[in-house]
Design a binder for this molecule. Structure first.
Ligand code: 3PY
Ligand code: MG
Length: 256
């Protein structure tokens, strides 16, 4: 069962949209979580945030309408369990290459006998109901290597995988392409085919496909291709883009 903000978007057959959180600021995450986004993703893999800072930042979402997702730094049950104990609504687990790795990510979200999560929720309000604690979280795995693409059908078929988030940068690098190849005007056919293969596998398994979107136009294209979880920028890039735009507009309006 997904967070209501995600289910609402998907129930309306639209993509859920949200930004990456890469800075250690309770004020920034709280502000962004009240901007109309469906979710925010705290990024413990490509920032200086770790799962401890993620736990603290999740507190900023206490009264927010947006879901709180955490991309953990690696596929490791201790890290996954910690952010779930701190109230994450979902995890995104990077670099999942095969069904065994996907099953390990899912197991980290479930208590015995289904999984390996250790019991110890510590966020006030989470309660102590094992079933409810398991059901409130979703496990997304990342496919971002050639091996992951090769095994896409098996990964998507693992019970408990809520969706696959594609990492186009890592996938491009693994394919010997520039990291931004997916966002060029004419992405290489091999990359497009690999991404299409993953999306097809998610559709066959009836699970969610996600990816970063480079722009609003890219988000629209991705949504019509079937993507239902799209990230659009990060806290730092959103701040910079708006600041540069405001400064430009104000300079124009105040020029002598
Ligand atoms: C990638 O593109 O590799 C990513 O991890 C995107 O977040
Ligand atoms: Mg990546």
């Amino acid at each position: 069962m997904s967070h209501s903000a995600l289910s609402k978007a998907w129930g309306a057959n639209r993509a859920a949209i949200g930004p990456w959180i890469t800075t250690d600021s309770e004020w920034s995450i709280e502000t962004l979580a009240h901007c109309g986004f469906d979710f925010v993703v705290i990024d413990c893999q490509h920032s200086l945030l770790d799962e401890v800072s993620a736990g603290r930042l999740l507190k900023g979402l206490a009264n927010a309408p947006a879901a709180g997702i955490v991309r953990v730094s690696r596929n490791e049950p201790g890290r996954i369990g910690r952010v779930l104990d701190a109230g994450a609504d979902a995890v995104i687990v990077p670099l999942v290459n095969d069904a065994n790795e996907a099953a390990a990510a899912v197991a980290a979200c479930h208590y015995s006998p289904a999984g390996v999560r250790s019991f110890g929720p510590f966020r006030a309000g989470l309660g102590f109901d094992v079933k409810a604690l398991e059901e409130r979280v979703s496990c997304f795995v990342m496919i971002e290597t050639r091996k992951g693409v090769e095994n896409a059908a098996e990964i998507c078929g693992v019970k408990g995988v809520a969706g696959v988030f594609i990492g186009p940068a890592d996938l491009s690098v693994d394919m010997g392409l520039p990291p931004n190849a997916a966002f060029s005007d004419k992405p290489p056919a091999a990359l497009t085919e690999a991404i299409d293969k993953v999306v097809k596998a998610t559709k066959a398994a009836g699970i969610i496909a996600g990816k970063p979107a480079a722009s609003a136009a890219d988000a629209a294209r991705s949504a019509s291709a079937g993507f239902r979880l799209l990230t659009l920028g990060a806290d730092r890039t959103l701040l910079r883009e708006r600041a540069v735009q405001v400064m430009k507009e104000m300079t124009k309006g105040t020029a002598g």
